[in-house]
Structures are given as structure tokens and as C-alpha cells.
Design a protein around this ligand. Structure first.
Ligand SMILES: *Cc1c(COP(=O)(O)O)cnc(C)c1O
Length: 377
């Protein structure tokens, strides 16, 4: 059996049972399970607001859209972001006719507060911080900087489902305006595709709920009474999108959420195995995580000099490592900032994501680490 870098594991029978409930009730869309999952997610994380979406991407788009609209930002204004991320993060800025201004990353591959502060100018309106690999990095310092310079802060928490710091979900920290999670197929809480947007302020949550359903001010579920009666009249306040999640995805999410802490604990065990097996190899630099014991470990990355050679050597043994991610300033549309983030650029050429998921055994990890050590010697 080939070993993939990421592979979801579902509690199949329980998921099917939850989905069956939707099919029997005849309610597969917005409402019902989506409402139930929003409530469960709020309980699990401590977020005050949670609106279930069809992806993290639409959530990031909406986060910038709403903050721009509500704070009077202009086209051409800037948001500071990281070059080491999935392009959703930076497209969210560009989509609203704003400019992503790239800042460099630290040893956790998260935004480096020192460089962030250097990149602030009179057009800067916000920062998007990616909790890369589930790591919280120096988010606390970024919050301070945003306070000091009166900037909004968006947290792309696509990797952070289940990450805590001293028992608290960092997405709920004071000073973060909006946190967006992903439940895409290979994330820590997998569905097929869905996500959650959690605004700190109630008024933004309300706008999100309207924008995410074409701008209609009352959703179908809310308009359906206890007796199945249906109030058809509504108003339309915005030219919105169709971003909301559905009950089939939420049914899967409800089941997977029950196992998230257990799943993440196993990911951490595997990560500790890798740590130990790489500890005596000076040719390998493991990307370190702060608050290791509470990190979601969405991915486990190492840096090696001959990254591409190592990928080939592993593939020859039917082991498929990955790369997360290519320096975004290498893409033409973001090339205007190429060369401004030397650390990110260097890292993106050396970084390799080791297989880490719930199908792996410790013996698998030992085999993989053995091959990596042999290759790098
Ligand atoms: C996966 C991912 C996204 C996008 O999530 P979707 O739910 O697939 O839209 C955004 N940012 C990062 C860092 C990601 O890894």
C-alpha cells in the first residue's frame, strides 16, 4: 500500500447514520444539521459566533469583504500576509481589489512580528495570520502590533482545528476580529468541503449570514415554523454569494468533531516519533511548534538541502511526501513582492511535508524516518 502524505479517516457508520437522518427528514440544505454543528463548534472552541460555510476559502473572501465594507477601506489599500500559504489566503485580499503586502516568516513558518511591523505603511488596514501546520507561532505579538497600529486581524485557522494554548483556542483570543476554519477533505476535521467563519462581533456575523445566502435577510430554515409552516416573504439587502454550508457536510462534521481531540492526540504521538527519530540527524531541521502538546499538527515538516531528491527517493519506496507551500511571490500575480521575504523563499525550497495521518502506525513512521535518515546521511 502506498503511503500518502495526508489521508482522512472517517467514522463511516456513524457518519452514515447522521446523513440518514437528513435524508429521512428531507432536509439536506442550510439549517438543521448546520445549526447543530454551529452550536457544537461554539461549545468546543468557545467562539461566540460561528457561521457554517461551504469552504474556508469563501470564509476568507467574506472576512475581507465585510471588514472592507464596514470600515470604509479603499481599493488599493493593503493587508499584510504570508507568502507561505495556500493561495486562498492571498486571493481573499486580491479578490476585494486590495493589495497583499508580504511579510517574512519566523522559525515556525508563521508571520514574523518584526518584519510585519516593518511592512506597515499608511495604506495598511489589516493582517492575515496563518496558523501554519496548526502552530500558533507568535500570534500574541501580532495581536499587540495590530492593536498598536489600529489594524484588523484575520486568522486563517485552516490548519488549527483543535489547536489550543493553555487549554484555550487561540482563535478566540481578544484582538482577533475573525477566525476562519477549514473542514476540507484532508484537514484535521475532514468533511468533503466546508468551513466556519467566527466573527468576534455579532453585527459582522449577522452580515455574513446575509451575504452568504445571496443577501437575503432571513434564511429558509428560520422561515420554517415548528409545524412545517413556511413564511415566504423576505427582503434582500446585498448582492451576496451562495457560501453557506449544507446539512450533509454538517452531519459528517458533527461525527468527526467528537473524535477531533483523540485524533489530534494521535497525530501528536506520531509527531513525537518523528522528532525522536530525526533528533540525531544534523542534516534535518524539524519545523518546531510552540505549545507542542496542544498543537493540532495538521502537517509535520522538515527542511533538508536536497528536498526534490528526497521526495524522489521516498516515492521510489511508494511513500509520497508533499510540499506545503510554494512561496506565493513566485506566482506571477504576486511577483511584485518577490525578494522581500528571504526566509520564506529559502524555506520554500527546502521544506518537505512528511506523511502524517490517522492511518499511519508508528512502524510506518519508523520506516519513513529510516529512509529519510539514510538519504540525508
Ligand atoms: C486548506 C487551506 C485553505 C482553504 O480551505 P478550503 O476549505 O479548502 O477552502 C486556506 N488556507 C490554508 C492555509 C489552507 O491550508
Amino acid at each position: 500500500m502506498p503511503i500518502q502524505v495526508l489521508k482522512p479517516k472517517f467514522h463511516v457508520d456513524e457518519c452514515l447514520e447522521e446523513i440518514r437522518e437528513c435524508l429521512e427528514k428531507g432536509w439536506t440544505g442550510l439549517g438543521f444539521k448546520t445549526v447543530e454543528f454551529e452550536e457544537q463548534w461554539k461549545k468546543y472552541t468557545g467562539h461566540k459566533n460561528a457561521y457554517y460555510l461551504n469552504s474556508n476559502t469563501v470564509g476568507l473572501y467574506m472576512a475581507v469583504q465585510i471588514l472592507k465594507m464596514q470600515n470604509g477601506w479603499n481599493d488599493g489599500d493593503e493587508i499584510i500576509s504570508t507568502p507561505i500559504t495556500f493561495i486562498s489566503t492571498n486571493h481573499a485580499i486580491k479578490k476585494q481589489n486590495m493589495v497583499a503586502r508580504f511579510a517574512d516568516v519566523d522559525e515556525y513558518l508563521c508571520l514574523d512580528p518584526v518584519d510585519v511591523e516593518k511592512k506597515i505603511n499608511n495604506k495598511t488596514r489589516a493582517v492575515i495570520f496563518v496558523g501554519y501546520g496548526g502552530r500558533v507561532g507568535q500570534l500574541d505579538k501580532i495581536i499587540e502590533i495590530c492593536r498598536k497600529h489600529n489594524l484588523k486581524l484575520i486568522l486563517d485557522a485552516a490548519h488549527m482545528s483543535g489547536t489550543r494554548v493553555n487549554g484555550i483556542c487561540p482563535g478566540t483570543w481578544d484582538g482577533i476580529d475573525v477566525t476562519v476554519y477549514s473542514y476540507q477533505a484532508v484537514k484535521n476535521l475532514p468533511t468533503a468541503d466546508s468551513g466556519m467563519i467566527c466573527f468576534a462581533e455579532d453585527k459582522y456575523d449577522k452580515i455574513a449570514r446575509e451575504l452568504g445566502w445571496l443577501g437575503i435577510n432571513k434564511d429558509t430554515y428560520a422561515r420554517t415554523g415548528d409545524k412545517g409552516t413556511y413564511k415566504w416573504k423576505y427582503d434582500v439587502e446585498y448582492v451576496g454569494q451562495k457560501d453557506h454550508g449544507n446539512s450533509i457536510m454538517a452531519a459528517i462534521a458533527l461525527v468527526q468533531l467528537k473524535y477531533l481531540d483523540e485524533d489530534n492526540a494521535y497525530r501528536r504521538e506520531l509527531a513525537r516519533c518523528y522528532d525522536k527519530l530525526f533528533a540525531n540527524n544534523p542534516k534535518i531541521r524539524v519545523v518546531d511548534a510552540p505549545y507542542k502538546d496542544e498543537c493540532s499538527y495538521h502537517i509535520y515538516e522538515i527542511q533538508v538541502d536536497d528536498r526534490d531528491g528526497l521526495m524522489d527517493a521516498l516515492a521510489a519506496n511508494d511513500i509520497y511526501a508533499g510540499v506545503h507551500y510554494r512561496d506565493n511571490t513566485e506566482y506571477e500575480m504576486y511577483a511584485y513582492d518577490h525578494g522581500t521575504c528571504p526566509n520564506a523563499h529559502c524555506v520554500s525550497q527546502k521544506i518537505i511535508t512528511m506523511p502524517l495521518h490517522l492511518w499511519l502506525t508508528k512502524a510506518d513512521v519508523e520506516e519513513i524516518a529510516h529512509l529519510v535518515n539514510k538519504f540525508t546521511k
